[in-house]
Design a protein around this ligand. Structure first.
Ligand SMILES: *Cc1c(COP(=O)(O)O)cnc(C)c1O
Length: 384
């Protein structure tokens, strides 16, 4: 591609701030709950293509979303997602905006008429938000199970709750990102199952055929923020209330291939790179094995010490988000400062929970978890 005569030369480029001092590692192990660490090969690939994508002389952010190159890019991201999740025929994949939070309202708007009954399992802060948004849509919300008695450190045992016969769907949160509580099984339900997989999608194989609708914000395990993925069974489409904004109307978005308006193009492109990275890393089977091993390493370190503790019932411990407390909370800030200095960042727990939280999504290598466990062991040895 020939350069335009006014293309900036090396010397005219805007000076970038120095991001790698000698005493700071270039890449840290980032334990943030979200937006979260992304796979290094994906970032390197995106960086290498940033000024000239697919020989266009433009970045992927600068091309028309309706041009054939971007349409192919979005189709490729969807195809790769369908392959790794083995999404069966009869499901539509939508790329939407407004995060998972917009879907909290869009789900009742699309799946119910005003006054109908829906069922929710309440296992923590994200399910509570979904419930509040559903109530605002004038549906009858039945909370079929509420884990308040355990302070949201458990998931309901299978068979311990009933879903009303008239419920249009059963909604649950497979992984509560803040509490670190994860369902070890898929709930049984006669009503279509609707699941907020924001913080655990692509972490292991999933039987999509068990679900009516799966949704997830991308910024934990699938890419940057700004993109929400909805996987919806076709027979659930076409019941949206007339008042539903068109960009949240699943049937209209499906008909328009998620391009009723301008999609978050860069996020869709990164989703494509990430799904290919997963495929090249052995798919969800391999991801699941890696994630299980990472979580086991960290929980063993916590359980094997009197200094660290995790409150979650063993069967419901999250593979993705591991909250833990120090026996002496007055050491929290020292723990965090030392971790930061060792290149282990964003370990501070959610403001509502306190303590620490290590989010160990797909992009966190086991070496990062080992580095954290070594740091924790050393901190305990010198402080306990
Ligand atoms: C992060 C998160 C959300 C919110 O996602 P947004 O994209 O910020 O709306 C919802 N549910 C769960 C389980 C999450 O982890």
């Amino acid at each position: 591609m020939a350069r335009a005569p006014n293309a900036p030369q090396q010397a005219d480029r805007i000076a970038a701030p120095a991001i790698s001092r000698e005493d700071v590692p270039v890449r840290v192990y980032n334990f943030s709950a979200g937006p979260a660490q992304m796979p290094l090969p994906v970032l390197e690939r995106a960086a290498s293509e940033l000024t000239d994508w697919a020989g266009s002389g433009m970045s992927v952010m600068e091309v028309s979303h309706r041009g054939k190159d971007f349409v192919a890019c979005a189709a490729d991201a969807e195809a790769a997602l369908r392959r790794i999740l083995a999404i069966p025929e009869g499901y539509r994949v939508l790329f939407l905006q407004g995060g998972a939070s917009a879907q909290f309202a869009a789900i009742p708007m699309n799946l119910t008429a005003s006054g109908e009954t829906v069922a929710y399992l309440n296992t923590g802060q994200w399910s509570a938000k979904a419930i509040a948004e559903a109530r605002a849509q004038e549906v009858e919300v039945v909370v079929a199970a509420d884990e308040a008695d355990s302070a949201y450190t458990t998931t309901p045992a299978p068979g311990s709750y009933e879903v009303p016969a008239e419920a249009r769907y059963l909604h649950y949160t497979p992984n509560e990102t803040i509490g670190g509580v994860e369902f070890p099984e898929i709930p049984q339900s006669h009503a279509p199952l609707v699941a907020d997989f924001s913080s655990s999608i692509l972490s292991r194989p999933l039987d999509v055929s068990r679900f009516g609708l799966i949704y997830a914000g991308a910024q934990k395990n699938m890419g940057p923020s700004g993109l929400a993925v909805v996987i919806v069974r076709e027979d659930l489409l076409g019941r949206a209330r007339p008042s539903t904004p068109s960009v949240l109307d699943y049937a209209r978005m499906a008909k328009a291939d998620s391009m009723l308006n301008t999609p978050p193009t860069f996020a869709v492109y990164l989703l494509g790179l990430i799904t290919h990275w997963i495929e090249e890393s052995g798919g969800l089977e391999a991801m699941g094995q890696r994630n299980q091993a990472k979580a086991a390493l960290l929980y063993q370190a916590i359980d094997g010490s009197d200094f660290y503790a995790n409150p979650v019932q063993e069967r419901s411990r999250s593979w993705m988000n591991v909250p833990f407390t120090l026996a002496d909370p007055s050491l929290d800030s020292e723990f965090l400062a030392g971790a930061q200095a060792a290149g282990l960042t964003n370990l501070k727990g959610h403001r509502s929970v306190g303590g620490m939280r290590a989010s160990i999504y797909n992009a966190m290598p086991i070496e990062g978890v080992r580095a954290l466990v070594d740091y924790m062991t050393e901190f305990e040895r010198t402080k306990a």
